[in-house]
Ligand binder design. Structure first.
Ligand code: G
Ligand code: G
Ligand code: NA
Ligand code: MN
Length: 254
């Protein structure tokens, strides 16, 4: 694992990079957006996944700096695609500690406004269900203010926390991202299938969008469609890829 000091240095040296994974409507084929996923192009260790360094910064102020870098980088990339004629809504993963900064909305607004071709609706924020979101009242008010500004939220890895239903009830998120563990085993495990059906029912009842992550095979996609899921993300659709690979993928997807 990498030290906080080394991670801070990597930010200064510009060693982080964003990969992007498409999200699609599996029924119509429409590409609804991409999720930005951070990687570390480490000079000695090669390309590192978030698991190799994000745990070290969680709950630390450095997570805020990293989060601000990710937001800025994702919106820069949006503008590059937009100037080539492709408007691709982008989702960014936000740490609880970042979301809970007193000036979160103010800085988010400034970042969106710094990018002339980015409208607030082009950006979605994914938040994890975690104990770190224990200050429900504060988080709820931040989310409402962001939503009033035009930036929507998705509840990431939905169903894995201990208080999913409380989250659903209180947080003004427009989308539930059902955790990939339920999708992974849906073909063999009837209980996971039941959970997928139940969460879809909840999403409908609470008028939230729902997206399945971890769609690894065509069979997973077909089963999900048959159940009534439309939106999906996963290896069967596309793996996370460097930004430069996205236009080629869009061509091949059509
Ligand atoms: O890309 P990968 O599947 O390895 O991501 C593993 C986990 O890291 C995912 O749960 C994802 O939400 C998280 N993650 C990826 N990129 C970011 C990021 O930019 N910020 C935060 N906070 N989490 C991220
Ligand atoms: O939790 P979050 O949704 O942010 O996780 C995104 C992570 O999931 C990315 O790091 C990505 O590499 C990984 N991922 C995306 N699609 C699949 C998939 O179909 N199968 C598996 N096992 N992981 C996936
Ligand atoms: Na803008
Ligand atoms: Mn995510």
């Amino acid at each position: 694992h990498e030290s906080l000091e080394r991670i801070r240095e990597a930010l200064i040296n510009d060693e982080f990079v964003l990969y992007y994974q498409p999200k699609v409507n599996m029924s119509t084929g429409e590409v609804i957006g991409v999720e930005a996923l951070i990687r570390w192009q480490h000079p000695d260790r090669g390309l590192l996944a978030p698991a190799a360094f994000l745990p070290a910064v969680q709950q630390h102020p450095l997570a805020v700096e990293l989060g601000e870098w990710v937001l800025a980088q994702a919106l820069d990339q949006f503008e590059i695609w937009a100037s080539a004629g492709v408007r691709l809504p982008v989702s960014v993963n936000i740490d609880a500690i970042h979301l809970q900064q007193a000036d979160f909305l103010e800085r988010l607004r400034a970042e969106v406004e710094r990018h002339p071709s980015v409208a607030p609706g082009d950006l979605e924020l994914e938040v994890l269900e975690t104990n770190a979101l224990e200050d429900v009242a504060h988080v709820t008010s931040v989310m409402k203010a962001c939503r009033d500004f035009g930036v929507e939220f998705a509840l990431d890895d939905f169903g894995t926390g201990y208080s999913s239903l409380t989250y659903l009830r209180h947080f003004p998120a427009s989308t539930l991202k059902i955790d990939r563990s339920f999708v992974r085993d849906m073909l063999d495990d009837p209980e996971d299938l039941t959970i997928l059906e139940g969460v879809l029912g909840l999403a409908v009842a609470f008028r939230r969008n729902i997206i399945a992550e971890g769609v690894e095979t065509l069979l997973h996609g077909r089963m999900l469609l048959a159940m009534g899921y439309q939106l999906g993300q996963g290896y069967a659709i596309a793996r996370p890829m460097p930004a430069q690979a996205i236009p080629g993928w869009l061509e091949s997807w059509r």
